[in-house]
Design a protein around this ligand. Structure first.
Ligand code: MN
Ligand code: MN
Length: 464
């Protein structure tokens, strides 16, 4: 190679940009491929927050974690977990330093946008049986028509027992769907704003078309559907009031691209950070600081509710940790650091005009550090301090983790939020870190395997 000019040398010293990992560290490709096999399995097994918690508990138990007990005394290296109402989870590996010197928190969310069944969902019209739905989280409603959906959830019956529901995932099982108009008759629908391409009350899901054989029955198609559900799960129509049922895309996680460099799947926001955080937690043996890995619920609807981060369940857990070692909880919190681990919008060349490329994250450039989110001048955002960014970047670079900086689109183009502000509210230093995603919140989100791998490496470095 030709000797570098003075200007080239100076530019190398003074300028910075994130590099394509595939160019600079092709050896990581094989490692990323291997790691992502486990990730794809997690996506297929965890299509609801409850399923993610169940999967995580199984994995944690297998790796020596035990249920957290408030009155126990724990030693460095001990591993525990705590489940909050079946829908969020905290896992800890006790550190060498006392908790008074701070814990290392990593919070990802395991709820994803979807169609929830209404409390009274079943009806029949014109010999077709349907479910009424109420969408959960920010979806682009038109994307949810004419695509196969699976039914997941839990029903509590009158007798106090419960039953888990899953239809549409296994080979041979039926799926469900929302219909859309044929182009031939869509001229008027085409004139609608895209946000109303399918309206909220049009997201009705077809569940059957054959009648129960009895002339005397008023709604025989609905009755047959109910009979089939009753045979399979022992439930009746009234039980839907005691249920949480989520209709989610029925597709499995797939490799995308001839080079299999990407993953396409439902729910990667934010199970991509949940999985990488969980694996980093499990692979951490004797950390300096006690780890607090949080897989939380309700982020997609603003973190409200007692399984979301805008409740005190994490604070109470840290209070318990503080009590165990006779520390003041406020002292623990003010010395702690948290990664609010969530996805960011990857630059999409197809829709370039909503991004500001110098400050957008891109596929295959590593995990993305997001100083602030929010909208209209950073409103409603945790704008992380420079001191914290310095600390986190130091942790990443010491371990050779590929990272990039990202903003959520152009100024005033839109915006969003994460759990970061709720953690920061506890007086914890918090910054967002996650994975770039294309087609975020769609039924088929896209990520890069190299970015997944480097996010795992970031979390491991953070827990050292
Ligand atoms: Mn998210
Ligand atoms: Mn989201």
């Amino acid at each position: 190679m030709a000797k570098k000019t003075k200007g080239q040398e100076l530019a190398e010293k003074l300028t910075w940009s994130a590099t394509n990992i595939g160019k600079e560290a092709p050896k990581q490709i094989a490692k990323a491929q291997k790691f992502c096999e486990g990730y794809k399995n997690f996506l297929d097994e965890g299509k609801t927050e409850r399923e993610c918690v169940r999967y995580a508990v199984k994995l944690l138990e297998k790796n020596g974690y035990r249920p957290f007990e408030r009155l126990m005394t724990y030693q460095p290296g001990d591993k525990v977990y705590f489940v909050n109402r079946g829908k969020s989870l905290i896992a800890t590996t006790f550190g060498i330093e006392p908790v008074e010197n701070g814990v290392r928190m990593n919070g990802a969310h395991i709820d994803s946008p979807r169609l929830d069944l209404k409390p009274n969902p079943m009806y029949e019209t014109h010999d077709i049986a349907y479910f009424k739905t109420h969408y959960y989280g920010g979806i682009r409603k038109y994307q949810w028509g004419a695509t196969p959906l699976a039914m997941h959830g839990i029903v509590f019956k009158k007798d106090g027992t419960s039953v888990e529901i899953s239809i549409g995932e296994k080979a041979g099982e039926p799926v469900f769907c929302v219909t859309d108009l044929l182009p031939h008759l869509a001229a008027r629908q085409n004139e609608r704003h895209l946000r109303d391409g399918l309206k909220g009350e049009e997201l009705n899901i077809i569940i059957g078309s054959l009648p129960y054989q009895d002339e005397e029955v008023k709604e025989p198609v609905k009755l047959l559907a109910l009979q089939l559900l009753n045979e399979r799960y022992g439930i009746t129509e009234a039980d839907f009031y005691r249920a949480e049922i989520e209709m989610v895309p029925a597709v499995k996680a797939k490799d995308v691209g001839l080079d299999c460099s990407m993953i396409g799947a439902y729910g990667q926001d934010d199970r991509i950070c949940a999985y990488t955080a969980l694996m980093a937690e499990i692979d951490t043996r004797m950390p300096t600081h006690t780890t607090v890995t949080i897989l939380t619920d309700k982020e997609e609807i603003g973190s409200d509710g007692n399984t979301g981060l805008n409740s005190d369940y994490v604070l109470h857990y840290i209070e318990d940790l503080a009590d165990q070692s006779g520390a003041l909880v406020r002292q623990v919190l003010r010395s702690s650091i948290c990664l609010s681990s969530d996805v960011n919008a990857a630059y999409d060349p197809n829709f370039a005009d909503v991004y500001e490329l110098r400050n957008a994250c891109q596929l295959n450039r590593g995990c993305v550090l997001t100083k602030y989110t929010g909208s209209r001048g950073k409103s409603s955002s945790n704008d992380a301090g420079a001191e914290l960014l310095a600390k986190v970047i130091h942790i990443l670079e010491k371990d050779g983790v590929y990272w990039q900086a990202g903003e959520l689109g152009k100024v005033d183009e839109g915006g969003g939020g994460t759990i970061a502000k709720y953690v920061a509210h506890m007086n914890v230093d918090t910054v967002d870190l996650g994975v770039p995603i294309l087609s975020m919140h769609s039924p088929f989100e896209l990520s890069s395997k190299l970015d997944v791998w480097n996010t795992y490496r970031a979390f491991k470095a953070f827990y050292k």
